[in-house]
Design a protein around this ligand. Sequence first.
Ligand SMILES: [Zn+2]
Length: 253
Amino acid sequence: MFKNIRILILLCILLIVAVNNFRDKNHDWQKPVYVAIYPINMDNSPEVAKYIASLSDSDFKEIETYLNAESKKYGQNASFYYRLGQEVKAMPPVVPRNGGITDAIIWSLKFRYYTYKNAHDVGVPTNLRLFLQYHSPDKKIITETSTALQNGRIGVVNLFGVSKRTANNNVVIAHESLHAFGASDKYDLSNGSPIYPHGYANPAQNPRYPQTQAELMAVHIPTSPTKFDMARDLKQTVVGEMTAVEIKWKKLD
Ligand SMILES: [Zn+2]
């Protein structure tokens, strides 16, 4: 009897998730895209606390301008709005690394519940909610994984909480935002190297190297067949054609 009830509850959850997924997958780019962002001080650092306190919507304005302009290249008229929400004190469930499918499902359910509890209203109905995990710059390296789910339109983004990284952080936020609308990574996950041709800003360039910009979903600028640099700011990136196809800015030729 108990087992049947449990199965029934599970089926109901799956049905709700499936319906939401269907609704989420069909974003109409004629409509505005409201992205709610929630800062988190990952290391309880006083320096990061100061940085978070200094943030306002205007720090993210550059992402709106960038994505809206990139959409125009593909004949779209996207209007992104990033709205800073309340700082969140509770830590999101840790994204599993190299886990199996079961770990991924359990994490995604936990993360949906976490979002439900912690993503406070930002005054507009949101299309995407991102938790910005700000790390202390003393750390030098971030080991946590950033990820955004297209299903549910939620994500966690790992950043350095210091003003000299704001421009670079905006590259990472824009990258994760497009994951939520169906864009895939365009770099080799083992070493970060951009994958030719779709991970190149200008795949037709001759000679091919050095490239001067990065494809947003590859994040790195290939300067030689084996070398690449992280894009410093959004001006050094473009949304490539394959990404535009994936997020439905462009029809496949
Ligand atoms: Zn990615």
